[in-house]
Design a protein. Structure first.
Length: 94
């Protein structure tokens, strides 16, 4: 583990996800993923509660691309951390 922590405010995390939605490479921090997922869930719940099914479907289709992208970038970061941990635990060198 690198010991580096990233603190991200909700607005910055959502803006980062919309800014990087076309990139499925690199890494995203845990806060970026969590804040965008919460944004997606809250906005989706409000849309289901207050709007028509057509708008919910359009909103879902629109937000699935950035959500998939941040999920891929977070999984990439997680797999690298898990690989490093596995090498450290087994004593093997990468």
């Amino acid at each position: 583990m690198s010991g580096k922590t990233t603190v991200m405010k909700p607005g910055a995390a959502i803006a980062a996800c919309f800014g990087k939605f076309a990139r499925c490479y690199g890494r995203s921090c845990r806060a970026e993923f969590i804040w965008f997922l919460l944004f997606f869930l809250v906005l989706g719940a409000l849309a289901v509660w207050f709007t028509s099914p057509m708008i919910v479907g359009m909103l879902w289709a629109l937000l699935m691309i950035p959500l998939s992208s941040v999920g891929i970038r977070r999984l990439h970061a997680l797999l690298i951390e898990l690989t490093a941990c596995a090498f450290l635990c087994t004593g093997l060198s990468p």
